[in-house]
Design a protein around this ligand. Structure first.
Ligand SMILES: CCCCCCCC/C=C\CCCCCCCC(=O)SCCNC(=O)CCNC(=O)[C@H](O)C(C)(C)COP(=O)(O)O
Ligand SMILES: Nc1ncnc2c1ncn2[C@@H]1O[C@H](COP(=O)(O)O)[C@@H](OP(=O)(O)O)[C@H]1O
Length: 361
């Protein structure tokens, strides 16, 4: 919501008409299941408005985030229906089809495809590069005051804080979490182990010493020539690709949206439990530049678009050629939990919001 009274915010009748149109839009697009009654408290308008729930993504966010389950569902369905994919044998231990160029059902079914090797396997590096390009080139973060008037240093610091939190989630889930990463711990908790190493150890009569408990990560197991099998193997690719895209879209999306002067319909819970529009906490001179879309995205926003596009393509390839459908769903759920904690939780926990902020606000 635009939280500034129309009399102080809108100077021309054209702008007044636009504000009224936005109010009408707020009425029609708000969630009917919103737990909060219609409110006029923060708009200064006599037109009653309903807010979106602060506990859930806004309708626009939901529509954009629905792209990820849609890609996974489409890819999984495609793999079931495509005769070429069905013909190729699938090895559940390696989570992949035959890898030889003559046998693989497609170039992207091979783990050594260039995008996998240079883009996904270095995925967090590219995510960080795109994010850095965005915060360094977009006017919202530049100088003492952003182009829209917001406090640039604070926006920069909170954006970097959110990057650190999301990076921590990626790191803990896929790289290291005081020992094996969370995905590998979950694999072992669900009965997974490093089988070949165990077998070799038995042969060497060292089974007792080399218990499976000593080979605790997928990486250690594979580099020891073992087979990481038996448990539920949450897809690391799905987790990272969705986490990276959700992070970049949330960061760029709201900045772009507000920079173009569009209505911010996020709701937040205040310290006194009142529910208001996210605009109440934005700097008084909020963005209403109405500039060209290219300017609202800046160079870094275009870099982000490239990374998100490649992420989506590789997510589709993972959906078609790798893992079981359930392992892809758990990868998606794990990334959704991290995104919820960083982007939705602060909307209804004011103390957390003071630290991590809201993108674009
Ligand atoms: C409770 C939290 C405890 C842990 C807290 C740790 C906090 C540490 C925070 C940050 C760590 C610093 C990391 C900075 C990174 C910034 C620059 C980079 O990104 S360099 C790293 C480049 N590496 C990658 O991008 C690797 C990406 N690939 C993967 O993650 C995996 O290959 C995969 C998940 C995509 C697939 O897994 P695989 O097992 O199938 O290969
Ligand atoms: N889109 C994709 N392109 C190529 N390989 C992919 C892929 N998605 C998953 N894989 C591969 O499938 C295996 C399981 O992936 P994950 O658990 O990360 O989802 C990994 O194999 P490796 O670990 O042998 O590299 C990974 O590289």
């Amino acid at each position: 919501m635009d939280d500034t009274p129309p009399s102080t915010n809108l100077r021309s009748s054209a702008k007044t008409r636009r504000a009224l149109a936005e109010e009408r839009h707020a009425m029609s697009s708000s969630s009917p299941s919103s737990p909060y009654p219609p409110s006029t408290a923060t708009t200064g308008s006599l037109v009653p408005t309903r807010r979106n729930s602060p506990f859930l993504p806004t309708p626009l966010e939901t529509a954009i985030l629905a792209l990820f389950p849609a890609l996974l569902a489409f890819g999984t369905l495609f793999s079931v229906l495509s005769p070429q994919v069905r013909r190729a044998e699938f090895d559940p231990t390696t989570q992949s089809h035959a890898q030889h160029p003559d046998e693989a059902p497609g170039y992207f079914a091979r783990k050594d495809n260039l995008l996998n090797v240079f883009f996904v396997k270095r995925g967090w590096f590219w995510t960080t590069v795109a994010f850095a390009a965005f915060v360094l080139t977009h006017p919202t973060f530049r100088g003492g005051r952003g182009a829209g008037g917001g406090s640039s240093p604070k926006r920069f610091v909170t954006a970097c804080t959110r990057w650190a939190l999301i990076t921590g989630a990626w790191f803990a889930a896929t790289q290291w979490c005081f020992g094996p990463p969370l995905i590998d711990r979950h694999f072992m908790l669900t009965g997974g182990r490093c089988e070949v190493v165990l077998q070799e150890a038995r042969e060497l009569e060292k089974a007792a010493a080399l218990d499976t408990g000593h080979v605790l990560s997928a990486l250690a197991c594979k580099s020891a020539g073992g087979a990481w099998k038996g448990g539920h193997d949450i897809s690391g690719h799905v987790f990272m690709l969705v986490l990276s895209s959700g992070f970049l879209l949330s960061e760029v999306g709201w900045v772009y949206w507000r920079h173009r002067g569009r209505r911010d319909d996020r709701s937040i819970v205040m310290h006194d439990r009142a529910v208001k529009g996210a605009g109440v906490e934005a700097d008084s001179t909020t963005e209403r530049t109405g500039g060209r879309p290219e300017d609202a995205l800046a160079l870094g926003g275009k870099a982000v678009a490239v990374v998100v596009g490649l992420n989506c393509w590789m997510l589709l390839m993972t959906a078609i050629y790798f893992h079981t459908w359930f392992e892809k769903v758990t990868g998606l759920v794990a990334s959704a939990i991290a995104l919820y904690a960083v982007y939705i939780l602060p909307r209804f926990v004011p103390a957390l919001r003071q630290i991590v902020g809201l993108p674009g606000a």
